[in-house]
Design a protein around this ligand. Sequence first.
Ligand code: UFG
Length: 337
Amino acid sequence: MEKILITGGAGFIGSHTVVELTKAGYSPVIVDDFSNSNQSAIRGIESIIKQSVKVYEGDCNDAQFMNDLFVAEQNITGVIHFAAYKAVGESVEKPLQYYQNNVGSLMVLLDVMKKNGVENVVFSSSCTVYGEPDQLPVTEKSPIKPAESPYGNTKQVCEEILEDVIKSDADYKAIALRYFNPIGAHPSSHIGELPLGVPNNLIPFVTQTAAGHREQLTIFGDEYDTPDGTCVRDYIHVVDLAKAHVKALQHFKNQNTPYYDVFNIGTGKGNSVLEVVKTFEKVSEQKLKYKIGDKRTGDVEQVFGDVEKANNELHWKAALTLEDALRDAWNWQKKLK
Ligand code: UFG
């Protein structure tokens, strides 16, 4: 069984990926500092895969710790690098922390991989690199726009680092997956999103409002140039997204070093905030309290991805619907209470 290191493996996307990797016959090893995740995610993973999972607690920026981990594990064949800070607003307040953690950890990782003869790395990037797109859907060839936040910039910088390093060194294969908006939870309700404090993202705010933890949802703007005036996003079920990482690892097998490529990972379809609210009301069989508020600074009007490249080259396609994702997110929220 191939051993894959999953940094940030206790997080939202990481935990679902650990499950899908196990199902696909890989042996995942998690490293996480639990700064924005919880041990309960590990128990959730273990309930689904019905076996224990190996976890190292520590900081991916700590080169000594990371090197010791690679040495202790010996035959790691690939890394999926999720570990990163991800709050857009917070990144504006604490840019240094974001650059240090998000960019620093990738540099440490590439160096430690090299020292230990590990070639393959999948990197978590984001559709945020496209900014406010000129044309929709965005393809991997769409222009990269100046980042709206330090968080967004860390994703751009990390992609550039990967590209430069791979240009200079024949011993790596890397894939950056540009995620659209990951939502949902595992259908078993054993793992899902665990936002700390008041959620920034739409779906956890919706489910927490429905559960009575929030007074009401504020929809950020309804005068955008979109069919119903609210922003449009490409919402992808986290289980589909997790599976894309398995496909990326399998894709490395057919490539020679050096190799670097980027793929959009979304559904290819855009949904508005109001459509999300209506769909949520349908699957949860209840009315959601919401009001229309001001636009949120930095929000793009619409973005959804052209996912042909991932369909054709990674042989991956999103299979689950917005309804599936919202139902799973709601079931997860009900379990959390
Ligand atoms: N929204 C609301 N009310 C809320 C929360 C969100 O109306 O309480 C709206 C937003 O305005 C947006 C949509 O719901 O139109 C989705 O918002 P999210 O915060 O869930 O997601 P974003 O599209 O803003 O965030 C995504 C990624 C980030 C990335 C960002 C860059 O999750 O990683 O795009 O634009 F940085």
